[in-house]
Design a protein around this ligand. Structure first.
Ligand SMILES: [Zn+2]
Length: 374
């Protein structure tokens, strides 16, 4: 199975989880309907200064991103969800939304026109949707940006808009002239705001999924790592140089190979994106060694992968070490090939001490076994 198939597979699983969540949420919503809660309810609006409160978005589902935009006259506001559904409050006008459209990419930001008689929505690929008197000045697809977009910036004095990417890149359209702060920092820009001709960038680490272990946890963890590496490796160029790996376990014995398998816990066919190793000499908490010289990109406690170390090796190449008993490196640390990065364990969704080892190229998994044999 190649990486492309794996990506399709994970999006199917993601869709299934999303539908399950919607179903679960509907049940929860019915249960809590009789007990109005306040600030802990996602979609609750609070205001200060002259701005009044015109209502909340009580029906929004907690895992969903949403964005609030004040009408320029201060008499109302809009709340947009990542599905492009817009709720109107106060005297802010209703100029349509994307409720009827199935979006390929989530909406990540909303901006009002100077008149307040329209607005723009921007999707994570930099695609622009216009409503009311909002004009189309151009969009990011085709502009060769190598990162997801996270915000649209508008100004009450300027016609146009600027799109901010997770790297801090700023693309100006119309009369906007804002300066970017493009950087290869591991931490992506999560939010941005502009005034006085400048931009504030807030860098925020994306957090992995938490909660109880289910059959979907593995694919979700895998997708998290894919997205993490997409950002971390944005300044690297692809290389086909997949040689020079060292086995991460001394005296290694394969207990589960890369590919589709009947999952030992979930008893259903699931894609196995790595190779499982134990020690042939039956040492169950032996050292785990870096398979290649590189830098620590992440150390996480993931739901299914357990304690996990991710190493970046340049050229969009990464290795992943999961189910560790402990980790002995920190993010940003340089590691040499063969260096101890932790000990073998059984954390996460695991039936016994072993190492789940992955080799990822451009975020996507490759079969490690033939690469370790060279
Ligand atoms: Zn495994």
């Amino acid at each position: 199975m190649n990486g492309c198939t794996n990506r399709n597979y994970t999006s199917l699983v993601t869709l299934a989880i999303f539908l399950a969540r919607v179903a679960l949420l509907s049940v929860c919503f019915l249960v809590v309907l009789g007990t109005p809660s306040t600030a802990s309810n996602p979609g609750t609006v609070e205001s200060t200064g002259e701005l009044l409160h015109y209502g909340d978005l009580r029906s929004a589902s907690p895992p969903n991103q949403m964005f609030i935009e004040s009408a320029p006259n201060g008499g109302g506001y809009w709340i947009a969800t990542q599905e492009g559904v817009i709720s109107v409050f106060g005297d802010a006008g209703s100029y349509g939304d994307l409720a009827e459209i199935n979006l390929n990419k989530p909406i990540v930001g909303m901006g009002s026109t100077p008149s307040g008689l329209g607005y723009w929505l921007v999707a994570s690929d930099g695609g622009i949707f216009t409503f009311g008197d909002a004009q189309f000045f151009g969009s990011a697809p085709g502009q060769n940006s190598n990162s997801d977009f996270i915000e649209i910036l508008t100004s009450r004095l300027t016609s146009g808009y600027a799109l901010v990417s997770a790297t801090g890149e700023v693309l100006n359209f119309g009369d906007m002239e804002l300066e970017g702060r493009n950087s290869c920092s591991l931490t992506p820009v999560g939010s941005a705001s502009s005034s006085a001709g400048g931009v504030l960038f807030l860098r925020v680490n994306t957090q992995p999924e938490t909660g109880s272990i289910t059959a979907e946890s593995g694919p979700l963890d895998s997708e998290f790592l894919d997205n993490l590496l997409d950002h971390a490796q944005q300044c690297e160029t692809d290389s086909s140089d997949l040689v020079g790996f060292l086995s991460p376990v001394a005296d290694a014995k394969i207990t589960s190979s890369f590919g589709l398998r009947n999952h030992p816990i979930w008893k259903q066919p699931l894609f196995h994106g790595g190779t499982d190793y134990v020690s042939a000499s039956e040492i169950y908490d032996g050292t785990i060694n870096a398979a290649k010289t590189g830098t620590v990109v992440g150390v996480f406690d993931l739901v299914a992968y357990g304690r996990t170390v991710v190493l970046g090796h340049g050229s969009k190449l990464a290795t992943v070490y999961a189910h560790l008993k402990n980790s002995q490196v920190i993010v940003g640390e340089a590691v040499e090939i063969g260096q101890v990065i932790g000990r073998m364990g059984s954390t996460g969704a695991s039936t016994g001490p072993h190492l789940h080892f992955e080799i990822r190229v451009s975020g996507l998994v490759r079969n490690p076994a033939p690469l370790l044999d060279e």
